[in-house]
Design a protein around this ligand. Structure first.
Ligand code: NAP
Length: 306
């Protein structure tokens, strides 16, 4: 007979494992699916120093593992598989994955968000070979070299600072004339003697010999073009929610985030959206774990009335 879980959680980042912990600890039969490794986007982050309880900060990979272990201690199970299709309408929800199909009475979608891409020619082919989306993972390949960081938000600021400790020179290319990044980043960025800002500009092309040798820049003011020699480009322009697979059944906003408030309830009964994938104003580890707890709270109420 088909096994029917109480709660199926899609995504093993902080929202997913927080939900798994709360669900398993409440005695619910809980399965979590994760396509890569525990921690989600956190694993791409070096030191996390704004998650309470770690007085010296903690690296994202270790925090992810700890969250997984905390949930598994109470009996939550992890299936390493990618979700390929979902049927979320009925009382029994069904998820098809690369490791088979699973059924559950309720589903928490905590699939997070993926790095946004520039969308210029050659980006896919150069990914990992000159074009990167994770400074903490790939920055070490560019010790003493010249790198470009694209973006002006907190991620670009943190990446530029991190890379400035490895690379000889860091150019930050930003499409406006001021940073979106919080004030706390401004002073260290402007003080670093190997960080240079190129304002009002976008990267329009990659310049290749047998490898990446530079980028073409385009002015957002007058479209003037220039070239900038570099060994690597780190794209830090935000993230895109991993919601495509749910878009037929679940209501999304214009940016692709699942529409759900603090309750994490979606437009479908028994289906919740937690963490970076839902509409919210602050996407942080601490807000993701909070969502995981809220989702289980409401799922429990729903399950009790089934
Ligand atoms: P973000 O805040 O959305 O910033 C994205 C940046 O990329 C913006 O400066 C944006 O320019 C630029 N951009 C977007 N699309 C672009 C394109 N196609 N071409 C060129 N530039 C483009 O994203 P984020 O920095 O990744 O941060 C995401 C969330 O994580 C935020 O809530 C942030 O606070 C949080 N975060 C927090 C920390 C921390 O607290 N330490 C660290 C990292 C991230 P415009 O400014 O012109 O829009």
């Amino acid at each position: 007979m088909e096994h029917i879980y109480d709660i199926l959680i899609i995504g093993g980042g902080p929202a997913g494992y927080s939900a798994a912990l709360y669900a398993a600890r409440a005695g619910l039969d809980t399965l979590l699916t994760e396509k890569m490794s525990a921690g989600g986007q956190m694993t791409l982050t070096g030191d996390i120093d704004n998650y309470p309880g770690f007085e010296n900060g903690i690296d994202g990979f270790t925090l992810g593992m700890k969250m997984q272990q905390g949930a598994e201690r109470f009996g939550a199970k992890t299936e390493y598989a990618e979700v390929t299709a979902v049927e979320l309408n009925g009382r029994i929800k069904r998820i098809d994955t690369t490791s088979g199909s699973f059924s559950a009475r309720s589903v928490i979608i905590a699939a997070g968000a993926n790095p946004r891409r520039l969308g210029i020619d050659g980006e896919t082919e150069l990914t990992g070979q000159g074009v990167h989306y994770c400074a903490h993972c790939d920055g070490r390949f560019y010790k003493g070299r010249t790198v470009v960081v694209v973006g002006g938000g907190n991620s670009a600021a943190a990446d530029a600072l991190y890379l400035s400790r490895l690379a000889a020179k860091v150019y930050v290319v930003h499409r406006r004339d001021k940073l979106r990044a919080e004030k706390i980043y401004h002073e260290p960025l402007f003080k670093a003697d190997n960080i240079e800002f190129i304002w009002n500009s976008t990267v329009s092309e990659f310049i290749l010999a047998d490898k990446l040798t530079g980028v073409k820049l385009k002015s957002t003011i007058d479209n003037a073009e220039s070239t900038l020699p570099c060994d690597a480009v780190f794209v830090s322009i935000g993230r895109k929610p991993a919601s495509e697979i749910f878009s037929d059944a679940i209501k999304l906003d214009e940016n692709g985030y699942i529409i759900a408030d603090e309750s994490t309830k979606t437009n479908l009964d028994g289906v919740y959206a937690a963490g970076d994938i839902r509409t919210k104003s602050l996407r942080q580890v601490v807000t993701a774990v909070s969502d995981g707890a809220a989702a289980v709270h409401h799922a429990q109420e729903y399950l009790a009335e089934l």
